[in-house]
Write a protein that binds this ligand. Structure first.
Ligand code: KG4
Ligand code: ZN
Length: 344
């Protein structure tokens, strides 16, 4: 079974072809970074127009690189939400059009389900596992018992973790996207021997019962410290990097604390987990992986993170979620129907 996946819910136009043997036959990701950078964040209208311009060509390129004809594709899977609606519409409409023309099923994939199942594509974890999904738009702890069987244990009450990185970076003048910029600045600060505790950033929710997250207070505190440390209206580079390190440490500590609570909660209700899985763009962060690795080890579980290209937005995870849904009987053999509505 070969499934063509389409991802267009944010600022990556992505196409992939994956088979049921977990082979990623082709994976193409076109980042719109350059188009959005002057605005310091993703501009939905620009994103939608860019998907519209690129997607058709990218699908052609994917088929060509795979040495396949469109007819060799058994199903089309597209992200149907949640996401920026203009881009989601482009991907869904393209997917439906292909499905109709080829007489193949169309699969409407929930973007979060794509992230949730990505670690089953590579390295291939078994159910059940605890998932920490940390991206630009989401911060959730989910118990994943099977395809379509997700129990949310915790979520953010305000910003997502990636949003905290992005807004923090903007505030510190580190540019967009924020996560990698903060990680780099934090590394410089650590190498210079700066102590993150010096900045006194709060660690919202830490030590409190439950598995929810909150990051907006951290952002406010960061702004205040940046203002206090500014010299003639400018934040010295050293302090900027120090604050980036403090921010990263605070986010890592909070993620680790809430994840530990979730693991305890699952253990108290029967346990049986195969792994702690971290997915989403923020999973690219080395310090966060390290903090989560310590938590997992303490609970006797392996930490599993998909390779970086499967952590950030991509189409292979969408194609794979389509395969999993077909194989588990969660999707009708004839797909989700051409009247399936895109969701914002
Ligand atoms: O999963 P993703 O590619 O898109 C969404 O579905 O949101 O995640 C993007 C997010 C952005 O907020 C970005 O700043 C963050 O992931 N990110 C990172 C790193 N690389 C990307 N955050 C922290 N450290 C990184 N190295
Ligand atoms: Zn995502």
């Amino acid at each position: 079974m070969r499934v063509l996946g389409i991802e267009s819910s944010c600022d990556e136009t992505a196409v992939a072809i994956v088979n049921e043997k977990r082979e990623r036959i082709v994976e193409l990701v076109l980042s719109q970074l350059k188009e959005h950078r002057p605005f310091g964040g993703v501009v939905p209208e620009i994103a939608a127009r860019s998907h519209l311009t690129q997607l058709d060509r990218l699908i052609g390129q994917a088929l060509e690189q795979a040495g396949l004809a469109a007819n060799d594709i058994d199903a089309i899977a597209a992200t149907a939400g949640p996401g920026l609606i203009g881009g989601v519409l482009v991907g869904v409409t393209m997917g439906k059009a292909m499905a109709l023309a080829l007489g193949r099923p169309f699969l409407a994939i929930n973007h979060l389900e794509g992230h949730a199942l990505s670690a089953r594509l590579d390295p291939g974890v078994g159910f059940p596992f605890l998932l920490l999904l940390v991206s630009g738009g989401h911060c959730q702890l989910l118990r994943v018992d099977g395809v379509g069987r997700y129990r949310r244990l915790g979520t953010t009450v305000d910003d997502a973790a990636g949003e905290a990185f992005d807004k923090g970076a903007k505030l510190l003048g580190l540019g967009y996207p924020g996560g990698p910029a903060i990680e780099q600045a934090a590394r410089r600060a650590a190498e210079a021997g700066l102590d993150p505790k010096r900045y006194g950033l709060p660690r919202p929710m830490l030590g409190r019962p439950g598995c929810d997250f909150s990051f907006s207070g951290l952002k406010t505190a960061l702004r205040q410290r940046a203002e206090e440390l500014a010299v003639e209206g400018r934040l010295p580079e050293r302090e900027r990097d120090g604050l980036a390190l403090a921010l990263q440490e605070a986010i890592a500590a909070v993620l680790a604390d809430r994840t530990a609570n979730a693991l305890d909660l699952v253990a108290a209700t029967g346990g049986g987990l195969t792994a702690l899985v971290v997915a989403g763009g923020v999973a690219a962060n080395g310090r966060i992986r390290q903090a989560l690795d310590e938590v997992a080890r303490a609970k006797g579980l392996p930490l599993v993170a998909p390779p970086l290209g499967l952590c950030t937005d991509n189409a292979a995870m969408i194609a794979w979620a389509g395969i999993e849904r077909l194989q588990s009987g969660q999707a009708h053999a004839d797909g989700d129907g051409l009247d399936f509505a895109a969701r914002p």
